[in-house]
Write a protein that binds this ligand. Structure first.
Ligand code: NIG
Ligand code: FE
Length: 395
């Protein structure tokens, strides 16, 4: 994870939407014909676009009121227990139309792009009815085709037990297994299924049932695991052969060993630890030392992690989890690309891959994690096209 294959004074040759050659400027120079457009990066850092492998990018409204309450001492769990939290975003998202969700999602798509992210894994989970979950997944499809951002859709109908099912939770699990999953699979609206396995949300037994059903429909598995307590999420992810186990703030040594023997990729989300005002970050060093292909992601969502910025996550990874800038960059590009089954297409600058890359206004890659709270991109490219948001083009 700490070897970045940096080419000093490098260059690349792009044809159409793909990278054709990568090498030193001298090597690429001979390929440049009169018909070529030459882009001078001016000695800046050129990197693959970030691949953000855990986001909740379509929802209605915000939770600024709860944010203010938390600033005055209320906790995330207290707010959730009285019907706020996820349920509050569920209420506003149910009221929104598909068009309204797409409009909100477009704004966030621009935020991802301007901070240098070109692919996001996108979770549903603010609908919690058949129609409202499908509405969110359809919004991802529209956004994927209308914006330059790539969306990899994940069905998260098991994000919470909706209020109307609180006293009959097993009926909600049946709804997920018997109605939602078959429709999601039939319409090919998701590639993965995720479950929030946590005390007071879904138990390991319920999670196993939902995820096993998802697997039988051909979906890959991801999990919200051990975020707020040690609830057995990491162990279950290992047992089921989940592709990833995400959060892991409370995972112990046994959990890490289980992830490592089952080759489950940990997805660490320090933005949510930070935004919840906690200091309990996941044990990134132990995971790296156990040989795990660690991933970093934003967890962009209106409650626990309202940031789309991978560079903020890189900063937190270095200062709070002691990951070096090089390890963080691996965890933000090629490792997440593999976790999304796209290791051959994105996540690095290599011949044959899609030309999704960012020219950062930095002289040294370490500046990405070091100068924090600013946007580093100078130009953003997806599929070989300059898709820099307007304010970047003016820069
Ligand atoms: O990843 N843990 C559950 N889901 C989100 C929070 C969602 C919300 O608060 O709206 C998370 O932190
Ligand atoms: Fe999440």
């Amino acid at each position: 994870m700490c070897e970045l294959s940096i080419i000093e004074r490098g260059a690349m040759f792009i044809t159409g939407e793909r990278i054709a050659q990568v090498g030193s400027l001298a090597e690429i120079d001979s390929l440049i014909g009169a018909e070529c457009e030459v882009i001078d990066a001016g000695g800046r850092v050129v990197m693959p676009g970030f691949v953000d492998a855990h986001t909740h990018p379509v929802f209605a409204g915000t939770r600024t009121g709860e944010f203010e309450e938390r600033a005055s001492g209320a906790t995330y769990q207290e707010i959730a227990a009285r019907g706020g939290g996820i349920q509050s975003t569920v209420r506003s998202t149910r009221r929104a139309t598909l068009d309204e969700l797409v409009a909100a999602g477009r704004r966030y798509a621009n935020w991802f792009l301007r901070t240098g992210t070109t692919t996001v894994e996108a979770k549903s989970g603010y609908g919690l009815t058949v129609e409202d979950e499908l509405k969110i997944l359809r919004a991802f499809r529209v956004l994927d085709s209308e914006t330059a951002l790539r969306y990899v859709p994940t069905f998260l109908g098991a994000h919470d037990v909706p209020t109307e099912y609180k006293s009959r939770r097993e009926e909600y699990v049946s709804l997920l297994v018997e109605e939602m999953l078959p429709q999601v699979a039939a319409e090919k609206l998701a590639e993965y299924c995720d479950v929030f396995c946590e005390e007071k949300v879904f138990t390991p037994d319920e999670s196993r049932k939902i995820l096993s059903a998802a697997r039988s429909h051909g979906l890959g598995l991801r999990m919200h695991a051990d975020q707020l307590s040690l609830s057995g999420g990491a162990k279950l992810a290992a047992e089921l052969g989940s592709v990833t186990a995400d959060h892991l703030e409370h995972t112990d040594a046994e959990g890490i060993a289980a992830l490592s023997s089952a080759k489950v990729q940990p997805v660490l989300l320090p933005g949510s630890v930070y935004a919840l005002g906690s200091s309990r970050y996941p044990a990134a060093r132990e995971m790296i030392e156990a040989g795990l292909a660690v991933v970093l992601a934003t967890d962009f969502n209106p409650g626990s992690s309202p940031t789309p910025a991978m560079t903020m996550v890189l900063s937190l990874a270095s200062t709070q989890m002691k990951m070096t800038p090089a390890e963080s960059i691996t965890a933000a590009t090629i490792n997440p690309a593999y976790s999304l089954n796209r290791g051959g297409q994105i996540g690095s600058i290599e011949p044959g891959k899609l030309a999704d890359f960012v020219i950062h206004d930095c002289d040294d890659y370490r500046e990405l994690a070091y100068f924090f709270g600013i946007e580093h991109p100078w130009r953003v490219y997806a599929s070989g096209k300059d898709i820099s948001p307007k304010f970047l083009i003016d820069a």
